[in-house]
Design a protein around this ligand. Structure first.
Ligand SMILES: [Zn+2]
Length: 228
């Protein structure tokens, strides 16, 4: 069977049959079918993305109206598109072990995005923005909001090809996508390679209090009084 025939066969199956077959396939195969589904059903994913973002989505792209009723282009739709893509996969293929990933993007074109920059920018690492994407079963990244990383003059006539990008597991571009990590102790979200300042401070206080034979609470009170 050619991939085309395979796809047609797969599409014809009943939802329940398709979902159960999908579960049994290898990660590579599941990723391929998930990719096909996303590409094929992109118009519906596009509409859902606009809906999630609370803006208009038509052939002109994503548009929002500001306070004065002036239209403005919106391409930083990573959260909205990630949710739309993942919801679509769940609906079409069942619980398919694709994941929504929250993290950061640091790479080509990040300076053109209006997404929220991270505080790492203050430290001069430059161009890291908050980002979200879908991870397919074999680790392939699906970025449904790549349009934001294009130069402003290119943002006018974007197509599916500009907005939707698949990044295979072995691609060097995977390094531009940094999932958020969490502190093992307190669960706070952390930037890549960042240690938890809160827990570090707490450890320091605990050590000092222990050394002096007082509680952390007493030590804190003492410090507060010194500050007054
Ligand atoms: Zn912590």
């Amino acid at each position: 069977m050619t991939p085309e025939q395979q796809r047609a066969y797969f599409a014809k199956m009943k939802d329940s049959e398709r979902k159960s077959l999908f579960k049994k396939l290898s990660d590579t195969h599941r990723t391929g079918l998930a990719q096909d589904t996303i590409i094929h059903d992109y118009p519906s994913i596009f509409r859902k993305t606009a809906q999630n973002k609370g803006c208009m989505g038509n052939e002109k792209g994503f548009t929002r109206f500001d306070k004065n009723g002036n239209p403005e282009k919106v391409e930083a739709v990573c959260g909205a598109s990630t949710q739309a893509i993942h919801d679509h996969l769940k609906q079409k293929l069942g619980n398919d072990s694709s994941e929504e990933i929250t993290g950061y993007y640091q790479g080509i074109g990040s300076e053109h995005s209006f997404a929220i920059p991270t505080d790492l920018d203050d430290e001069g690492t430059g161009g890291m923005v908050k980002h979200e994407w879908v991870k397919l079963p074999d680790g392939t990244i699906v970025d449904g909001a790549r349009g934001q990383f294009l130069k402003d003059n290119l943002k006018r006539d974007l197509t599916k090809k500009d907005r939707l990008k698949f990044i295979p597991p072995m691609s060097p571009e995977q390094a531009m996508y940094l999932p958020r990590t969490y502190c093992k102790k307190c669960g706070t979200g952390l930037l890549p390679n960042q240690s938890c300042r809160q827990c570090e401070l707490m450890d320091k206080l605990t050590k000092e209090a222990k050394k002096r034979g007082i509680t952390v609470k007493e030590l804190n009170k003492e410090r507060m009084e010194q500050r007054l």
